[in-house]
Ligand binder design. Structure first.
Ligand SMILES: [Fe+2]
Ligand SMILES: [Fe+2]
Length: 166
């Protein structure tokens, strides 16, 4: 009889996390290319940078799975959504981050209770980063509401033009 991996539950959680991170990374890269095409300089950069940060999370989680002698499920948990509006994109990004934070908090706690302190710490550290992402998206949305959508996007476009001539 094949021996049950004592870290099976951790591996299951890590794999769900990998699949969430892949979907998130692709979603942000989608926002990046759309915003860049629209000339929204800062937003485009912000999305690219965050997409790459999520990609690094995939790597970190995957390495832990391999260490625990599991196999990585390298498939997105859901398809990328074709969201075009800037405020809708920011709101969706905030929802993604909040869901991720909720899951990682729960999994961190469960892994700790099962004496897998390393996976516990990985989820804990990732939660800190996801909270920073959430905060960043929240700030952008707040700016947009404070300045008004037209003003906010105009400032982004001017930054884009400046980037070209400088
Ligand atoms: Fe992440
Ligand atoms: Fe994130």
């Amino acid at each position: 009889m094949e021996q049950q991996n004592k870290y099976a539950k951790s591996i299951e959680r890590l794999n769900e996390a990998v699949r969430m991170e892949i979907a998130t990374s692709l979603q942000y890269m989608y926002f990046h290319v759309r915003f860049e095409d629209a000339g929204y300089e800062y937003l485009a950069k912000l999305m690219k940078r965050t997409s790459i940060a999520e990609m690094r999370h995939i790597e970190e989680l995957s390495e832990r799975i391999m260490y625990l002698q599991g196999d990585v499920d390298m498939n997105p948990i859901e398809p990328t959504r074709a969201i075009h509006g800037v405020s809708d994109a920011l709101r969706f990004a905030m929802t993604i981050e909040q869901n991720t934070i909720d899951k990682y908090n729960e999994w961190s706690r469960l892994c700790s209770a099962e004496d897998d302190t390393v996976t516990h710490r990985i989820f804990q550290n990732l939660t800190v980063q996801e909270e920073e992402h959430l905060d960043m998206f929240r700030t952008e949305l707040q700016n947009m509401e404070d300045y008004g959508e037209q003003q906010y996007l105009a400032l982004q476009s001017i930054a884009h033009s400046k980037e070209i001539v400088e």
